[in-house]
Structures are given as structure tokens and as C-alpha cells.
Design a protein around this ligand. Structure first.
Ligand code: HEC
Ligand code: HEC
Ligand code: HEC
Ligand code: HEC
Length: 148
């Protein structure tokens, strides 16, 4: 099933009406929302040291000009075949290895690839670091949880 994305900036009037017709024609199909802000919080961590991450999703595409496929992918034969407009799965539906710390350092290469910790930190922090823009300090993305 094809789904319509609502994450485009500055849709022109023409494009908007075309989109409206398209939406009308396919109105029975699910509409994939492209959220403004996403609270990133996964439940599988053995230990949770930090508060959930407030991620300005839309700003990253509109203001910071990060292409969708910089963060979203579906690999087939080593190539990213995901296209804008297609449904998006949670990172954790594929990156489902929750190991942290020493356990992660000692994990196999395959497990490291599928590590959720690495998925976020390589993608998010990696870009911030490489471009010297955006937070790279731990507390820049998630505040420490108060001790219980
Ligand atoms: C660019 C943003 C970003 C930065 C910088 C960052 N993280 Fe994270 N971190 C995340 C995201 C996103 C998650 C996933 C949150 C969730 O699933 O609850 C996460 C989760 C974690 C988790 C597992 C969940 C938890 O709450 O304990 C640990 C541990 C962690 N980060 C440690 C660190 C440390 C240590 C640093 C600094 C060296 C750091 N992070 C810097 C984005 C970031
Ligand atoms: C900087 C990284 C980044 C960029 C750029 C980005 N996204 Fe996302 N997107 C995410 C993350 C992270 C999530 C949450 C995934 C999760 O919960 O595991 C997400 C979630 C989504 C979802 C699912 C929302 C839901 O509620 O299920 C859709 C749809 C989506 N993105 C579409 C897009 C489209 C279209 C673009 C480009 C216009 C885009 N994204 C750009 C990181 C990004
Ligand atoms: C449909 C499954 C799937 C989803 C959903 C997915 N990934 Fe991945 N991701 C993969 C696979 C498979 C690889 C390994 C590709 C390869 O073999 O090089 C990968 C690789 C990566 C890598 C490079 C890891 C490395 O060590 O080379 C990063 C970073 C990453 N993903 C981040 C994310 C983030 C962030 C999200 C959510 C916004 C996400 N992924 C969602 C399947 C997925
Ligand atoms: C390909 C590059 C790229 C990726 C990937 C990326 N960011 Fe960013 N991020 C930026 C840029 C550029 C800024 C803007 C910095 C500025 O203008 O000061 C930014 C700013 C931020 C900020 C501070 C400003 C705000 O809007 O809240 C946070 C928090 C943040 N990013 C979190 C994340 C998280 C969490 C992820 C992963 C899910 C992520 N980023 C992935 C490029 C990226």
C-alpha cells in the first residue's frame, strides 16, 4: 500500500491541489504522519540512565536540511531502497540489540551493526560531530535521570 507523507515544506498551490486529489483518491489508504517532534524512548534497555530524547523531527528536514534518507533506510543488496513517502518502521524494529557498555563492546560485529545504541549514536551524534553542529555532549540530547 502506498502512503502519503505530510512532511513536505512549501507545497505550492498546484502541488497542494494535486496532493489533495491524490489524497482524496487514496483516502482509504493509511496516512503516514510526519511528526514535528518525536519523543524517542525505547523500552528494551536493561538500565535507563537518561530521560527520553526530545527530537525535533521536522526541523531537521526543513531548517537543518537533512535529507530523509540520511536517517531512514531499508537495505536491499547493500543499497538503501527506502523512498520518501514510504512507511517508516521504528529504528528498534531492526536495530533490536539493546546491549550497552562492556556487553556491547564485546558483542559480535553483526550485533554491533544491529545495536540500537549504535544506531542512534552513530546517526545522530555522528552527524553533529562531523558537521560541528548540533549537540554532542551527553546531556545535550538527554538529561540524566535523577537517582532513585
Ligand atoms: C545527538 C543526540 C545524543 C547524544 C549527543 C547522546 N545520545 Fe545517548 N541516546 C540518544 C538517543 C536518541 C537515545 C535513545 C533513547 C531511548 O530509546 O530511550 C539514547 C540512548 C542512550 C542510552 C540508553 C538509554 C538510557 O537512557 O540509558 C545511553 C546509556 C546513552 N544514550 C548514553 C549516552 C552517553 C554516555 C552520551 C555522551 C557520551 C550520549 N548518550 C550522547 C541520543 C544521544
Ligand atoms: C535526522 C534524522 C531524521 C530525518 C532527517 C528524518 N527522520 Fe523521520 N524519523 C526519525 C526518527 C529517529 C524517527 C523515530 C523512529 C523511532 O521511533 O524509532 C522518525 C520517524 C518517522 C516516521 C514515523 C512516525 C510515526 O509516528 O510512526 C515517519 C513517517 C518519518 N520519520 C518520515 C520522515 C520523512 C518523510 C522525512 C524527510 C522529509 C524524515 N522522516 C526525516 C529520524 C529522521
Ligand atoms: C528495516 C530495517 C531497519 C530500520 C527500520 C532501520 N535500520 Fe539502520 N540498518 C539496518 C541494516 C540492515 C543495517 C546494516 C547495513 C549494512 O549491512 O551495512 C543498518 C545500518 C545502520 C547504521 C550503520 C551501522 C553500522 O555500524 O554500520 C546506522 C547508524 C543505522 N542503521 C541507524 C538507524 C536509525 C537511526 C534508524 C531509525 C531512524 C534505523 N537505522 C532504522 C536496518 C534498519
Ligand atoms: C545528517 C545530520 C544530522 C543528523 C543525522 C541528526 N542531526 Fe540533530 N542536528 C543537525 C543540525 C545541522 C542541527 C542544528 C544545529 C544548529 O543549528 O545549531 C541539529 C540540532 C539538533 C538538536 C538541537 C536543536 C534542536 O532542534 O533540538 C538536537 C537535540 C538534535 N539535533 C538531536 C538529534 C537526534 C536525536 C538525532 C537522531 C535521531 C539527530 N539529531 C540527527 C544535524 C543532524
Amino acid at each position: 500500500m502506498r502512503e502519503k507523507m505530510r512532511c513536505k515544506k512549501g507545497l505550492g498551490l498546484l502541488a497542494a491541489s494535486v496532493a489533495a486529489v491524490f489524497l482524496w483518491v487514496t483516502f482509504s489508504a493509511a496516512v503516514v504522519e510526519c511528526p514535528d517532534t518525536i519523543v524517542i524512548k525505547n523500552d528494551g534497555w536493561a538500565k535507563v540512565k537518561y530521560e527520553p530524547v526530545q527530537f525535533h523531527h521536522k526541523k531537521h528536514s526543513t531548517e537543518y536540511k537533512v535529507p530523509c534518507a540520511e536517517c531512514h533506510h531499508v537495505y536491499k543488496d547493500g543499497k538503501n531502497v527506502w523512498k520518501e513517502g514510504e512507511a517508516v518502521q521504528k529504528c528498534s524494529s531492526c536495530h533490536n540489540v539493546y546491549k550497552l557498555g562492556k556487553e556491547l563492546r564485546e558483542a559480535s560485529d553483526q550485533e554491533k551493526k544491529m545495536s540500537l545504541y549504535k544506531a542512534y549514536h552513530t546517526n545522530c551524534k555522528g552527524c553533529h560531530k562531523a558537521n560541528k553542529k548540533g549537540p554532542t555532549k551527553c546531556t545535550g540530547c538527554h538529561a540524566k535521570k535523577p537517582k532513585e
